[in-house]
Design a protein. Structure first.
Lengths: 117, 114
């Protein structure tokens, strides 16, 4: 079974600091990778996704993530955070399709990011 | 509709009561997923529908959990004889593609069992 680890449960940064949130997954096959964000009082929203091709993917609001296959990692980065980035961030993985299999997401436990103004 | 909607947003049930949680997916979305999110955890998969067919229910924690999507649009997750451990946020997600590559989530229903 696949699993996802997010090692940082709570990260506190000041505005303009750089951000990197770790995500590691365990699964031997081909995967699709996602970062979701949940702002206070809102629902989960897709931040960015990796399916194939360039391992450096860019998402909304200046976020990017790099897929490193050899390390089973998909870390999220942003060069300069803003107060409005305060939210919970979830890394998720789904295995690439085999016929008839649902692509349910396996999530990490989340990282709460607090950005101080 | 503009997004996935769920109702009720909050539900308090006494232990032993039955509850029904509703999900309205984005119009035209083929795939529908239910997830359970316990406090401080990420969502965990419960079940998956492709149109009206329930193709995977491997994540349902017990036979007290039952889901349906009879017309391939609205879905209902029913929990019978609720227990305290059922307290969680129940999330619904839908996707245009079959088998759900990119999923859009609803706001969830927070269930509290007292």
């Amino acid at each position: 079974a696949q699993s996802v680890s997010q090692h940082n449960h709570h990260v506190i940064l000041s505005e303009a600091a750089s951000l990197e949130l770790g995500c590691n997954y365990s699964y031997g096959g081909t995967v699709n990778l996602f970062w979701y964000v949940q702002y206070p009082g809102q629902h989960l929203q897709l931040l960015l996704k990796y399916f194939s091709g360039d391992p450096l993917v860019k998402g909304i609001k200046g976020f990017e993530a790099e897929f490193i296959k050899s390390k089973f990692s998909f870390n999220l980065r942003k060069p300069s955070v803003q107060w409005s980035d305060t939210a919970e961030y979830f890394c998720a993985v789904t295995r690439s399709i085999s016929s008839g299999s649902a692509r349910q997401l396996t999530f990490g436990s989340g990282t709460q990011l607090t950005v101080l103004p | 509709g503009a997004g996935v909607s769920q109702s009720p947003r909050y539900k308090v049930a006494k232990r032993g009561q039955d509850v029904a949680l509703r999900c309205d997916p984005i119009s035209g979305h083929v795939s529908l997923f239910w997830y359970q999110q316990a406090l401080g955890q990420g969502p965990e998969f419960l079940t998956y529908f492709q149109n009206e067919a329930q193709l995977d229910k491997s994540g349902l924690p017990s036979d007290r959990f039952f889901a349906e999507r009879p017309e391939g649009s609205v879905s209902t997750l029913k929990i019978q004889r609720t227990q305290q451990e059922d307290s969680a946020v129940y999330l619904c997600a839908s996707s245009f593609r079959d088998r759900g590559l990119e999923q859009y989530f609803g706001p969830g229903t927070r269930l509290t069992v007292t």
